[in-house]
Design a binder for this molecule. Structure first.
Ligand SMILES: C[S@@+](CC[C@H](N)C(=O)[O-])C[C@H]1O[C@@H](n2cnc3c(N)ncnc32)[C@H](O)[C@@H]1O
Length: 383
């Protein structure tokens, strides 16, 4: 495996996030070749893939295209996959996992597709090397992504292995935590760059506050993880990896100049958020309080206040939440003058109860739920 040859790298993301991922990728100096709602394609090397895995905040997987072909059925699929030189990529002592997404009339089952691809890979390695890697669902070692759309197939090496949204700091999830990559995109959409205070009432397990601390201190999220798919592939350059980690670490800033405040009414949520922040190494940058959101301390310098309240789809709970959403509007109006306020919610009916005029409504998807990031400007004198 040549770490410096230009390949097609595909960086995947959640729906709604591609624009922020594009900004990140371009800021890192890469030219986007094509993009869709859930991916960005660039021409770059596997060495670049290491850097992207370390630095990206909003990308979910960094994939390297190994092979694409037309395919009309399972037999052709096997023949195409078995003809690839897998013995140059995967040692027989490794552990392999295949993840598939299938959208073709030929088969209706991605598990069957994964099985077929896995069989072809291990048969090839067994024939060339005399033994074969173990395989299963775990994504801790070599991960291969397979896509079959109509009569086209694509096979990728997943250089991330586990999703990059799994930063490994959230040991205690609490209720309905946001994906870390989505939280980073929401902060990007809100224009947070660490040059202003960030207030996060209803912090839950602390994802928004922790991601904000990572952004404000310019810490690369990938430094929090030691394991990536690429590290298990033959020819992985561990020396270059150590150098890159050192370079990236050297760019971190010690202390962000402004306060990050995270509060929640639930003591257990604040305890979880504190522990998660400790694991991420940013607890000293975040001020935690147990309180109703309305009692959250608001720094005098003007900044960003962002809340992710419950959506409450169950009847009764939704009625209770109407009062909460109305109180958020009052909190913005009465306590957050001069701030940009953001509510991230999947419940549009409840968002109407806020009673303030939005200046932007941005669409994001939290898993399958279509959500909005609602922006409100509390101008001085608008009370
Ligand atoms: C959807 S969760 C937030 C999840 C968070 N974004 C995360 O990533 O973990 C909503 C949070 O609001 C908190 N909450 C509900 N009512 C509150 C209130 N009146 N004041 C402060 N926090 C409240 C809940 O305890 C819960 O932790």
């Amino acid at each position: 495996m040549d770490m410096h040859k230009n390949e097609t790298l595909v960086i995947t993301c959640a729906r709604g996030v591609a624009e922020y991922l594009r900004q990140e990728v371009e800021q890192l100096g890469y030219t986007v070749q094509s993009a869709s709602e859930t991916r960005i394609d660039i021409a770059a090397s596997l060495h670049d893939a290491m850097r992207l895995n370390l630095m990206l905040r909003t990308g979910v997987n960094v994939l390297c295209l190994l092979k694409q072909f037309s395919c009309e059925g399972p037999d052709k699929l096997y023949r195409e996959v078995v003809s690839f030189p897998w013995e140059d990529y995967i040692a027989p002592t490794e552990y392999l996992s295949v993840v598939s997404r299938v959208n073709t009339p030929t088969i209706d089952n991605s598990v069957f597709a994964s099985q077929k691809v896995k069989d072809a890979i291990v048969d090839r390695i067994s024939e060339k090397c005399g033994s074969r890697p173990d395989s299963g669902p775990g994504r801790d070692n070599v991960v291969i992504n397979f896509y079959w759309n109509d009569d086209r197939c694509w096979i990728y090496l997943n250089t991330s292995g586990k999703k990059l949204s799994d930063r490994s700091y959230r040991k205690i999830p609490h209720t309905a935590p946001l994906q870390e990559t989505l939280a980073a995109a929401l902060l990007g959409a809100a224009g947070f760059d660490g040059s202003q205070p960030l207030v996060n009432p209803m912090c839950g397990s602390g994802t928004l506050a922790i991601e904000a601390a990572l952004i404000a201190s310019n810490r690369a999220p990938g430094l929090l993880r030691s394991n990536f798919g690429l590290k298990h592939v033959m020819g992985f350059d561990s020396e270059a990896w150590s150098v890159l980690r050192k370079e990236v670490r050297a760019r971190s800033k010690k202390e962000p100049p402004f306060r990050i405040i995270a509060t929640d009414i639930d003591k257990k949520a604040v305890e979880a958020a504190k522990k998660n922040a400790q694991t991420a190494g940013v607890d000293h940058m975040i001020e935690f309080h147990v309180c109703d959101f309305n009692d959250t301390p608001i720094p005098e310098e003007k900044g960003i206040v962002i809340l992710n309240p419950e959506y409450g789809y169950r009847l009764g709970i939704e009625r209770e939440l109407e009062g909460t959403y109305k109180r958020i509007g009052d909190f913005f109006k009465n306590k957050c003058t001069g701030y940009a306020g953001y509510i991230f919610t999947g419940n549009m009916a409840l968002s109407k109860k806020v009673g303030l005029k939005t200046s932007r409504r941005l669409v994001f998807f939290n898993a399958r739920i279509e959500c909005r990031l609602l922006e409100y400007h509390m101008y001085v004198g608008s009370k």
